[in-house]
Design a protein around this ligand. Structure first.
Ligand code: GDP
Ligand code: IMO
Ligand code: MG
Length: 428
């Protein structure tokens, strides 16, 4: 019986991770975020009511689950407190169920200012970040001068660290980026107030997870972004600043590989990407526009339109192997209903080595396999016998190309719109 399940995006994010975490969270003891920050936007739709979560784990709408945020997550206390307030206004109890690692790197105003200033300076080659300060916060951590949540609850420590830090960043903001300097005392006062508000939620998350694991509890790890946005394995430099593939669970929660029983890869039936960077199967025609319209492809965090294209089975197979994915959950199949033809990229023309960076990715020419579409609707179906034969053929072909089974099929945004072929928690 699988007790620890990891959910990862296998493309460029927005695959539908939040929906599936919520679906599987009903009977788990803890849902854990381990990387990323409030660049994520995870959408849950329950009885027609939509909730978008950014840092709070997507188990929050199921009463039993504890919601834990591991050390690998970069936390903007301002955004987190706003998210908590929004949920509590809806009557959802959050504070007593939320645990934050004191080791989480903190995102403050200067990270956001640097993110925006860098993007502006990059001009046409901008990454298209979410502007949330994610990259600069991870930079601070790796350079080893960054603030962590624990620093916000100790005034002397905070002021002592913040002063030289802002001295450095203000120099950069003013002299290199031509932006305004930030006031040290204002940032420090703000940070201390955040510290006061979040201090009851600070706890040893890794220790709690070890205890839960030792007791045989069910744990669900919730990835943010997607494998192709991984800082090491994605379309560098058009990536995010964390490891979105399996290693992120180990470093970002403090668990060992043997603590994971099942890895569920979430994959859209087609591909989307928001922001800049290579996208071999992108469609610039009316088919791409139709996918965007039917799939309502707008970013959950920034509202930007998502670029759309066909499923890329070459990249998917690589990411499945990289993260040791046990089974897939294919989402948004319903968006392709009534297309006369659906295509899958099965090869990159004349290329055998997997691309390692944007320059390689830009040169790729996808080779497509064409499949006849299906005429019936798959929207909201929960019974496999209702799947049109041609849709089954599409699923079979994906499994054959990628080498792992589709264990869950998502057929709509609602929590209950799924066909579960094999329950990840039930798998041995
Ligand atoms: P995440 O970041 O991976 O959690 O995904 P997002 O929430 O950013 O984007 C996925 C979008 O697709 C959301 O609006 C979901 O409500 C929606 N969605 C999820 N699964 C399905 C599905 O099977 N069909 C359709 N039509 N929409 C879905
Ligand atoms: P979820 O968890 C889709 C993209 C940004 C940009 C790049 C770097 O909802 O799937 P960043 O702000 O992280 O420095 O931006 O990564 N990006 C996402 N795209 N879904 C996300 O999260 C994303 N989080 C970041 O658009 O291209
Ligand atoms: Mg999203």
């Amino acid at each position: 019986m699988a007790k620890s399940v990891v959910i990862l995006g296998t493309q460029w994010g927005d695959e539908g991770k939040g929906k599936i975490v919520d679906l599987l969270a009903h009977d788990v003891d803890a849902v854990v975020r381990f990387q990323g920050g409030h660049n994520a936007g995870h959408t849950l739709v329950i009885d027609g009511q939509k909730t978008v979560l950014h840092v709070i784990p997507s188990g929050v709408l199921t009463p039993k689950a504890r919601c834990l945020v591991g050390n690998g997550v970069v936390v903007s206390p301002k955004s987190l407190l706003k998210e908590i307030a929004g949920l509590e206004q809806q009557g959802v109890e959050v504070k007593s169920r939320l645990g934050l690692s004191p080791a989480c790197p903190v995102i403050l105003r200067y990270h956001e200012a640097l993110d925006l200033a860098r993007e502006k300076k990059r001009g046409k080659s901008a990454i298209g970040t979410t502007g949330r300060g994610i990259g600069p916060a991870y930079e601070d951590k790796v350079v080893r001068h960054g603030l962590r949540l624990a620093d916000l609850v100790d005034e002397a420590r905070l002021r002592g660290k913040l002063e030289p830090l802002l001295d450095y960043y203000n120099f950069m903001l003013v002299n290199y980026f031509g932006q305004e300097a930030l006031s040290v005392s204002e940032v420090a006062d703000e940070a201390l107030e955040y510290g006061r508000l979040i201090s009851p939620m600070l706890m040893d998350i890794t220790g709690q997870l070890h205890d839960l694991r030792d007791r045989g509890a069910k744990i669900l790890y919730e990835g943010a972004q997607g494998a192709l946005l991984d800082i090491d394995h994605g379309t560098y430099p058009y990536v995010t600043s964390s490891n979105t593939t399996i290693g992120g669970v180990m470093t970002g929660a403090g668990m060992a590989p043997g603590d994971i029983d099942y890895v569920l890869g979430i994959t859209k039936a087609y591909s989307t990407r928001v922001g800049g960077g290579p996208f071999p199967t992108e469609l610039h025609d009316e088919v791409g526009a139709l996918i965007a319209e039917r799939g309502n492809e707008f970013g959950s965090t920034t509202g930007r339109p998502r670029r759309c294209g066909w499923l890329d089975a070459v990249a998917l197979k690589r990411m499945v192997r990289t993260s040791g994915i046990t089974g897939l959950c294919l989402t948004k199949l319903d968006v392709l209903d009534s297309f006369s033809e659906v295509k899958i990229c099965v090869e990159y023309e004349g290329v055998s080595d997997f691309p390692i960076g944007a320059e390689d990715w830009d040169r790729l020419r996808p080779v497509y396999e064409s499949h006849q579409g299906w005429s019936g609707s798959t929207q909201g179906i929960t019974d496999r016998s209702q799947l049109p034969a041609k849709a089954c053929e599409y699923l079979d072909r994906i499994e054959a190309l990628v080498g792992v089974p589709i264990d869950i099929l998502s057929t709509g945004p609602e929590r209950g719109a799924n066909i579960i072929f094999r329950d990840p928690f039930g798998a041995s």
